[in-house]
Design a binder for this molecule. Structure first.
Ligand SMILES: *Cc1c(COP(=O)(O)O)cnc(C)c1O
Length: 389
């Protein structure tokens, strides 16, 4: 039996397992210590009332023969695709057709699967540090990957690749660094892609956290982007859907290759849609109540981010991100490696962070903190760090 050899080229996915192991060992030695995690990328606040109401209502419909739904349309229900077009695009002056919207079960599957439409010999560029899904899914397919370092030295703005690449994955606001590109900085990449026959796969999973006026919510705010970019969205961080599962992907019909048709064909073959119940829940996010409620939860997380930025800066740390994203990227002090700083945080403050090196070589010398904790835990974690310095 021959397996897909490319899987042998995957780096072992030890990051979160190694973190868990270290935390477990620490807890075993210090059973009385109360460990606070600012490491995980999962949300903590519950679904908002408008979403819960929609979930109940949809569940009731599924229990009545008159309103029961079986398999849904492959691209998603019209009610959700129209809500997406109206609220996320038309309201921003962007013209996206409902036929360009593909409802998904989240952005991880779509950012991971979309590469299937490309030839094996395409060269792929990713920023470094990076969300590992883009890298691993392309390694599984045997593609070559070019890394574009993003560090304090270049202001976390990637430089153009030194060679021709066919695809560029961009994630802004960025996980893990929490940094953004302004409209002007993103325009440079759209122009580059158009000029060099490259595609941009744009992950906008953290779009809802943007506070700054000059940071684009969608790559389609940039002229020409519909001719070179696919855009991925998720309700996971926007509305606490990490356990509900729903997102969407925009595949413009104006792209130079028929990706819209191919993605439709691919999804019809391998995907049977997101549940009706999840799609009704996602629709509720776009109601006035839903909007007001998710804004309030995002505000709650961004208050944590602000407190973390300010307090860590006062303590003498150099921090990045956290103004338009729920992540704070902290420079490790005194030339410590990211794992050394992780150990210090765990042992002296009982706080868990994520070592930057786990996101790629350019993440060395940084750690990621998330703003997804509760206010109480975030404050407590910061107080402990301050006491230990
Ligand atoms: C969390 C996250 C996603 C969303 O994943 P889902 O599958 O929608 O839960 C996508 N991209 C990045 C960079 C993320 O951090």
């Amino acid at each position: 039996m021959k397996i897909n050899d490319h899987y042998m080229n995957l780096a072992s996915n030890y990051l979160f397992a190694d973190i868990a192991k270290k935390v477990q060992a620490f807890k075993a030695e210090n059973p009385e210590a109360e460990v606070i995690s600012l490491g995980i990328g999962d949300v903590t606040q519950p679904l908002c009332p408008a979403v819960v109401e929609a979930l109940h209502k949809a569940a009731d419909e599924m229990g009545q023969s008159a309103t029961f739904r079986g398999y849904g349309p492959e691209r998603g229900y019209d009610f959700l695709r129209n809500a997406i077009v109206e609220n996320d695009y038309r309201a921003r002056g962007i013209d996206i057709d409902a036929d360009e919207v593909f409802v998904s079960d989240g952005a991880k599957s779509d950012t991971g699967n979309f590469q299937e439409l490309l030839s094996e010999d395409c060269v792929v560029a990713v920023t470094d540090p990076v969300y590992p899904v883009y890298v691993d899914s392309n390694i599984m397919a045997g593609r070559r990957i070019v890394k574009l370092p993003c560090t304090a030295e270049n202001g976390f703005v990637p430089a153009f690749p030194q060679e021709h690449v066919d695809v560029i994955y961009l994630c802004y606001p960025n996980n893990p660094t929490g940094t953004t590109l302004t409209k002007e900085q993103l325009k440079v990449w759209v122009d580059y892609a158009l000029q060099h026959d490259a595609l941009i796969f744009y992950d906008a999973a953290y779009e809802a956290f943007i506070q700054s006026k000059d940071v684009p919510h969608s790559i389609y705010e940039i002229p020409g982007a519909k001719e070179c970019a696919v855009e991925f969205h998720s309700f996971s961080k926007t509305a606490g859907f990490t356990g509900v599962r729903c997102g969407y992907t925009i595949v413009p019909k104006a792209l130079p290759v028929p990706l819209n048709q191919l993605w439709s064909r691919r999804q019809c073959t391998k995907f049977n849609g997101t549940s009706y119940i999840s799609q009704r829940a996602a629709e509720a996010i776009y109601t006035p109540d839903g909007q007001q409620q998710i804004r309030s939860t995002i505000g709650y997380y961004m208050q944590n981010a602000k407190l973390m930025r300010e307090t860590l800066t006062q303590m003498g740390f150099t921090v990045y991100g956290g103004t338009d994203a729920p992540y704070i990227w902290v420079k490790t002090p005194k030339g410590m490696t990211s794992w050394e700083f992780f150990d210090w945080m765990l042992h002296s403050a009982h706080v868990v962070c994520t070592p930057g090196a786990g996101f790629g070589p350019s993440g060395e010398g940084y750690v990621r903190l998330t703003a997804f904790g509760t206010h109480e835990n975030t404050e407590k974690a910061l107080r402990r760090m301050a006491n230990r310095l």
